[in-house]
Design a protein around this ligand. Structure first.
Ligand code: ADP
Ligand code: ADP
Length: 227
């Protein structure tokens, strides 16, 4: 589903932010990238999305080189969730969830139907569709951010510290919900975190990065056995 072949990223002339990354992620897999701040996790996600250019090497999504694809098409096949989700404050939750539908010229009926389907996936009642972001808690807003990334039903979802800003109790609840959601939807998920407990809880495989390089790739069981 997602392949990295000798991928390197340099910002300017310095030391590479990501150095010679090689990894294959299978369809339906939940992979956590973990490592200290500055080790290159966000840079890796941004390259997959084509928010930044790759300096050397190639990334394939579903067997296709991303540099040979239309960036708009590519982003339609990738959901992206970040910590600062930035819901539109003057739009209702419904409008925020199906924001992409406006770009894709969905009819009002299609947008309404999709918003109702999506909000069922998280533990929020349909009435919330009429609310505005400031009426929701941080955890509820983050759920809406996840739904927004799911709106076009992308096979691949990238999540960059999506629950990082939440208090521990809300984060635990969201992790549980999200794991359940992932099993039901059978998506391929790449999840960035710096929290090993979160990675152990969620991942099928954990990718440990340090100074722009992958230093270990293992299942949570293997990591617990050989830390
Ligand atoms: P993270 O949460 O991944 O640690 P950072 O706080 O390091 O993110 O970076 C936040 C934003 O600032 C990112 O979009 C990143 O691309 C950008 N950034 C990080 N380091 C630099 C830098 N040295 N020069 C310019 N932009 C940077
Ligand atoms: P992480 O997500 O693991 O915190 P990043 O990918 O944000 O790491 O950053 C990796 C390295 O690249 C860091 O040294 C950071 O300062 C640098 N960096 C990130 N974004 C930029 C940027 N836009 N310009 C210059 N350097 C950057």
């Amino acid at each position: 589903m997602l392949e990295f072949h000798d991928v390197t990223k340099r910002y300017g002339n310095g030391k590479p932010a990501v150095n010679n990354l090689n990894l294959t992620i299978e369809k339906g897999e939940f992979v956590c990238f973990i490592g200290p701040s500055g080790c290159g996790k966000t840079t890796t996600m941004k390259m997959v999305n084509r928010l930044i250019d790759i300096t050397e090497g190639a990334i394939l999504v579903d067997g296709k080189n991303i540099m040979k694809q239309d960036p708009v098409e590519l982003r339609r096949s990738i959901g992206y969730v970040i910590q600062q989700i930035g819901l539109m404050p003057h739009m209702t939750i419904r409008e925020n969830i199906v924001l992409v539908g406006t770009l894709l010229k969905w009819t009002k009926e299609k947008k309404d139907e999709r918003a109702r389907e999506l909000i069922k996936l998280v533990n929020l009642p349909e009435e919330y569709l009429e609310k505005y972001p400031h009426e929701l808690s941080g955890g509820q807003q983050q759920r809406i951010g996840v739904l927004r990334a799911l709106a076009v039903n992308p096979p691949l979802i990238l999540m960059d510290e999506p629950f990082g800003a939440l208090d521990p109790i809300t984060r635990d609840a969201l992790q549980e919900e999200f794991k359940k959601l992932q099993r039901e939807l059978n998506k391929t998920i790449v999840f960035v975190t710096h929290d090993m407990d979160e990675a152990l809880k969620l991942a099928d495989r954990i990718v440990i990065m340090k100074d722009g390089e992958i230093v270990q790739v293992d299942t949570p069981e293997e990591i617990l056995r050989n830390p």
